[in-house]
Ligand binder design. Structure first.
Ligand code: FMN
Length: 175
C-alpha cells in the first residue's frame, strides 16, 4: 500500500472532479489517498507520502501562478518521490493536442519549471458558459468560435475522456 497525495489547482472545480475520480480508483486499488487544494497543501509535510501528484487547469493560456510557486518551493520533496503532473484544458479536446507531448500548454509549462515530472497526462476540461461571468463567457465563446467549438450560451459540455483518467489512475498505482 502506498501513501499518495493529490494536489489540485482549480477555478471552477473540474480539476477537483478529475482528482476525485483518481482518488476513487486509486483507493479501490488499496492505496491511501489524501486530496488537497494547492492553497492548503503548504500545511502538509510532503515527505510523509510515497507519491505526489499535482493537477492544474489552464485559464487564459496559463496554469495558476500558485502552481509555479508550489513547485519551486517543493522541488526537494518532489524529486525524492514518485511523482506525476496533469494539465486540464479545452484545447485537449482535439485528438492531436491531447497528449503530453502534443499539448501546447503542457509543453510550454514543462519548459518553465525546474521539475521534470516522471509521469504526465493531459485531460480535456469542461465548458459551462452559464457558470462564467459576462467577460469570461464572452472571451471563451470567442475562443470556441475561433477553434470551432460550441458557442451556444447554454452550453454545458464535459470533454473529459474518463477512460483516459482511469488509465492515469492505474498508472499512478503502478509508478
Ligand atoms: C475564463 C476561462 C479561461 C480559459 N482559458 C483557456 C485557455 O486559454 N485554453 C484552454 O485550453 N482552456 C481554457 N479554459 C478552459 C478550462 O481549462 C476548462 O474549463 C477546465 O475544465 C477548467 O478547469 P477548472 O474548473 O479546474 O478550473 C478556460 C476556461 C475559463 C472559464
Amino acid at each position: 500500500m502506498s501513501k499518495i497525495i493529490i494536489i489540485y489547482s482549480t477555478t471552477d472545480g473540474h480539476t477537483r472532479e478529475i482528482c476525485l475520480r483518481l482518488l476513487n480508483i486509486i483507493e479501490n486499488s488499496n492505496h491511501q489517498v489524501t486530496l488537497i487544494s494547492i492553497e492548503n497543501a503548504y500545511q502538509i509535510d510532503l515527505n510523509t507520502f510515497d507519491k505526489i501528484v499535482i493537477g492544474a487547469s489552464i485559464r487564459y493560456g496559463k496554469h495558476s501562478p500558485k502552481v509555479y510557486d508550489f513547485i519551486n518551493n517543493n522541488m526537494q520533496a518532489l524529486n525524492s518521490k514518485s511523482n506525476a503532473f496533469f494539465s486540464v484544458n479545452v484545447v485537449a479536446r482535439k485528438p492531436e493536442k491531447n497528449q503530453a507531448d502534443t499539448n501546447p500548454y503542457l509543453r510550454k509549462f514543462l519548459l518553465q519549471i525546474p521539475w521534470k515530472p516522471k509521469q504526465l497526462a493531459v485531460f480535456a476540461g469542461k465548458i459551462d458558459y452559464q457558470k462564467y461571468n459576462l467577460f469570461d463567457r464572452y472571451m471563451i465563446r470567442m475562443i470556441m468560435w475561433i477553434t470551432k467549438g460550441p458557442t451556444h450560451p447554454e452550453t454545458n459540455v464535459d470533454f473529459t475522456d474518463w477512460e483516459q483518467v482511469k488509465k492515469f489512475a492505474l498508472l499512478i498505482c503502478k509508478m
